[in-house]
Write a protein that binds this ligand. Structure first.
Ligand code: H2U
Ligand code: ZN
Length: 349
């Protein structure tokens, strides 16, 4: 029997953070495409849009008026998915029909007063303010007695369901730890118990030695396409100095994070020369008072685009019913992202 080659033979890769497998089919990349193509997002050039509910001084759907902010701005989500109200009694039938009440807080985080910039186009000093905002919000919400987990995220682009091109993210803080961080918590704790070191610290050391999946790096942070990536151009951002939450980041780590975010998102925008759609977010150690040994802070970027600005990957069929599948191996995606300029295409002459 011939031994299999990761770059041309179908295989499965394990995500050690979730315990789930992904099917990789590298031989399939020449498949013709006659399916759906997406509309290109309109190129927003207005630095202020009087109809935008996130621009400074504008009125939002619920009637509240945004402050005339100059840097970042936070408000309670007018259509919050979670409420801080405690309810009496347990809505919990044992067995097959089970429900439990959950409290939480949802806020919208405006990254910049400028309506027309993406993170990639913002100056590093302005991105640093976004990092500070994420850390402040995490600390403030984690201090609430009924909050057990703080999820910071950004949905970028209409393709990912973002309602507005104005640069913004959200924070949803929940009483209980949601599914994805709960899986990561269990796997990281089990690894730590077995090896005495954080799973992601060991993983980062392997990736730095191998180098083939690194996209870009600085003294504090590394952006890479994880070995087990599902989305075509999925990446993770990992700190070189182990920390578990955003508020723990010191000045050097925050400056470094702003730099790596600008460089990574610029590469993304340059890939197809469009404001690149993605969902990104931070996985931080839960704040429900339990131990969570071995937890390492990290960000995931999940972009939907596959082969051009208008052809996206669909998670359907086998992926919905079996397990996720990808064509381009993570190494090839990293090489592609590495080959791109760190000067934004809108700034190139
Ligand atoms: P998205 O672009 O990721 O959908 O985030 C925008 C959020 O802003 C969304 O959760 C909220 C929506 O509920 N929102 C307000 O809180 N007030 C508004 O006036 C419009 C939108
Ligand atoms: Zn705006």
């Amino acid at each position: 029997m011939e031994s299999f080659n990761l770059s041309d033979h179908p295989h499965r890769r394990l995500n050690p953070l979730t315990g789930e497998w992904v099917l990789v089919s590298p031989h399939r990349t020449k498949r013709p495409w006659q399916g759906q193509t997406e509309k290109l997002p309109p190129e927003t050039r207005l630095s202020y849009d009087p109809n935008c509910y996130l621009c400074p001084g504008n009125t939002r759907a619920g009637g509240a008026v945004n402050l005339p902010y100059e840097h970042t701005f936070v408000f309670e989500n007018d259509f919050a998915a979670l409420l801080p109200t405690a309810v009496e009694g347990l809505v919990n039938a044992a067995g097959l029909l089970r429900a439990e009440p959950v409290r939480g807080v949802c806020r919208v985080l405006c990254f910049s007063p400028r309506h027309d910039l993406t993170l990639a186009e913002m100056p590093v000093a302005a991105i640093r303010r976004v990092v500070d905002l994420w850390a402040e919000q995490t600390a403030e919400l984690a201090a609430l007695p009924y909050i057990g987990y703080v999820q910071i995220f950004e949905n970028r682009g209409a393709m990912m369901g973002a309602s507005n091109p104005h640069p913004h993210g959200q924070v949803w803080a929940t009483e209980l730890v949601p599914n994805e961080p709960a899986k990561e918590a269990a796997r990281q704790a089990a690894y730590f118990e077995q090896h005495g070191r954080p799973l992601l610290a060991d993983y980062l050391a392997l990736e730095l030695a191998a180098a083939e999946r690194i996209v870009c790096a600085n003294d504090e942070w590394v952006a890479l396409t994880p070995f087990w990536a599902i989305w075509p151009f999925e990446t993770m951002v990992l700190p070189r100095r182990p920390v578990a939450t955003l508020p723990e980041l010191d000045d050097a780590a925050r400056v470094g994070l702003a730099d790596i975010l600008k460089r990574l998102t610029t590469r993304y925008d340059n890939l197809f020369e469009v404001p690149f759609p993605y969902s990104m977010g931070w996985h931080q150690r839960p704040c429900d008072g339990r131990a969570y040994d071995g937890w390492l802070l990290h960000a995931h970027f999940y972009p939907p685009l596959l082969r051009s600005a208008t052809v996206r990957k669909f998670m359907v069929g086998f992926e919905m019913l079996g397990e996720p599948q990808r064509d381009i191996p993570a190494e090839a995606a990293a090489e592609r992202l590495r080959s791109l300029s760190e000067v934004h295409y809108r700034q190139q002459a």
